[in-house]
Design a protein around this ligand. Structure first.
Ligand SMILES: [Zn+2]
Length: 122
């Protein structure tokens, strides 16, 4: 009798292990589906952020273009001519060419100056 009971136990063991495995697989798959849903939401959010940055950048480019056009208009409407540009027009042309005559402020030096001011306040 004892032998029969042991034999039944041994026969049930693989089935219960199989059921445990199937449950574990189900849990893993449910987790995977949840992870994919979460990833999809993240990607949708990222797409919205990217679209917003793209729109802001386009607006910035359009504004930049408008400013350049305005500066060129100022030169066109000035009384000076191309060979003898006045100081103001020469300055505008230098800025448009990227040769800004204004001294560039070194970012690190500026940061240092701000830090010094803050420390002096304390
Ligand atoms: Zn001029």
């Amino acid at each position: 009798m004892q032998k029969v009971r042991n034999l039944k136990k041994q026969q049930k063991l693989p089935e219960s292990r199989l059921r445990d495995n199937l449950e574990a697989i189900d849990r893993i798959r449910t987790d995977a589906v949840n992870d994919i849903e979460s990833l999809t939401e993240t990607f949708q959010h990222m797409a919205l952020v990217t679209e917003s940055v793209q729109q802001n950048y386009k607006a910035l480019l359009a504004h930049n273009q408008l400013l350049k056009d305005t500066l060129l208009c100022i030169i066109d409407e000035c009384d000076c001519c191309q060979k003898t540009r006045c100081d103001r027009c020469q300055r505008i042309l230098q800025i448009l060419a990227g040769n800004n005559p204004e001294p560039q402020i070194n970012a690190a030096r500026k940061y240092q100056a701000i830090l010094t001011q803050i420390r002096n306040l304390g």
